[in-house]
Design a protein around this ligand. Structure first.
Ligand code: NAP
Length: 281
């Protein structure tokens, strides 16, 4: 039976470290890091995520600024609002909650975030920097997964990894980060053939598909490390947990695995953005 990759515990420790950095920032220059969250539309799940992020900000002594926009907002209006936050010296990080209403050009909205405030790692600049292994803010979910793997000293160099899902916020950046850590990475997607055989070869499986219990337990290689980034209705992940846990050496629970690490990484990166601003002042 496997051991749990306890994201809730590792995230709590990370938030405690960030709280200490925030106290030091306030003492050094009176700067209180501020994360602006932009929610466009009335998706209840998105509203819950935004609320959770604001709560975590406050728990570490940071400010959060919530911008709620109606579903009928145009791309131009959203871009202008984000650009104004970009120009506001009191705002250190900007998060545009995904997904936005369908009529909005999400890429244009993301690109309105200046790279220095892109603490969610969603811009082309951030993704490019991550792909090249250059400094910048990483996409929070894959970066949170890397921190979780590091906390459990999971060896990556030379290991075979499979990432299932190639979204720009999750699967693709995950593949970049694992490649940067010297893993040999297969990036699978909806056109991939013979997925079970590819999963069976992998020493690390990252599921980022958005389909409940998509990865069958019997696909998983004995002793593999399994990270389930999926979050589906009914608190269910993308991995069929019980049979996968019976074969894996380490596995993330859902909830309590990847989710808390994503938020802790966002908060940590907001503190970093404020520290950089103070240093450059
Ligand atoms: P997404 O944008 O919908 O991407 C899903 C990916 O899965 C796509 O690349 C798609 O391939 C691939 N896929 C779909 N069917 C497949 C199949 N049959 N075989 C192999 N690949 C398949 O989703 P996302 O935003 O990356 O999110 C994925 C999951 O992670 C969701 O459950 C989401 O809720 C969760 N999530 C969790 C967090 C967190 O903090 N815990 C953060 C973000 C997302 P194509 O590219 O070929 O279409």
């Amino acid at each position: 039976m496997s051991q749990i990759l306890d994201g809730a515990k590792v995230a709590k420790e990370s938030l405690e470290r960030t709280a200490a950095r925030v106290r030091a920032l306030v003492a050094a220059g009176g700067v209180v890091p501020c994360l602006a969250t932009v929610l466009c539309g009335d998706d209840p799940a998105s509203a819950t995520y935004v609320k959770m992020k604001a709560k975590r900000c406050e728990a570490v002594g940071m400010r959060s600024l919530r911008v709620d926009l109606p579903a009928a907002t145009t791309t131009a209006e959203l871009v202008a609002r984000i650009a104004a936050l970009g120009a506001d010296p009191g705002v250190h990080g900007i998060l545009l909650q995904h997904p936005v209403p369908r009529h909005i050009d999400e890429r244009a909205a993301f690109e309105a975030i200046p790279p220095s405030k892109d603490v969610d790692g969603v811009t082309i600049h951030s993704l490019g920097a991550m792909a090249l292994g250059l400094p910048g803010f990483a996409a929070c979910t894959p970066a949170g997964i890397m921190r979780l793997l590091a906390a459990y000293q999971v060896p990556l160099s030379g290991r075979r990894a499979i990432v299932i899902g190639r979204s720009p916020i999750l699967g693709k950046p995950m593949a970049y980060l694992l490649t940067g850590a010297d893993a040999t990475v297969t990036l699978a997607h909806s056109r991939t053939r013979d997925l079970p055989a590819l999963v069976a070869e992998a020493e690390l499986v990252v599921a980022a598909v958005g389909k409940a219990r998509f990865v069958h337990g019997e696909w998983v290689r004995e002793g593999a490390v399994v990270v389930d980034a999926g979050y589906n209705e009914g608190n269910v992940g993308d991995v069929d947990y019980e049979p996968a846990a019976a074969r894996a050496s380490l596995i993330t629970p859902v909830p309590g695995g990847v989710g808390p690490m994503t938020i802790a990484t966002l908060i940590e990166q907001t503190a970093t953005a404020a520290e950089r601003l103070l240093r450059s002042a």
